[in-house]
Design a protein around this ligand. Structure first.
Ligand SMILES: [Zn+2]
Length: 78
């Protein structure tokens, strides 16, 4: 596994709110603080949205409702 710029970066999953026809999505938030301090907080996601951090949800989420932009920016796009 080659080292990348993201190697030392931890991400948390954050749930955005549904806007009209858009369903709520799981976004990635860069963790600059201990996960316990950001749990439940609204943080800026990689794609620039505000979403509520849920540290008990793994990122990348196993859910299909994952923000494509965040997945790409976090380097987990498959
Ligand atoms: Zn996103």
């Amino acid at each position: 596994m080659a080292p990348t710029a993201f190697a030392a970066t931890a991400f948390a999953a954050a749930r955005s709110r549904a806007h009209g026809p858009t369903t709520a999505l799981w976004h990635a938030v860069e963790l600059h603080r201990p996960a316990g301090e950001v749990d439940g907080a609204c943080e800026l996601t990689l794609c620039g949205t505000l979403a509520r951090v849920a540290v008990d949800e793994a990122w990348p989420s196993s859910s299909r409702e994952v923000c494509r932009a965040c997945a790409t920016l976090a380097g987990v796009d498959r």
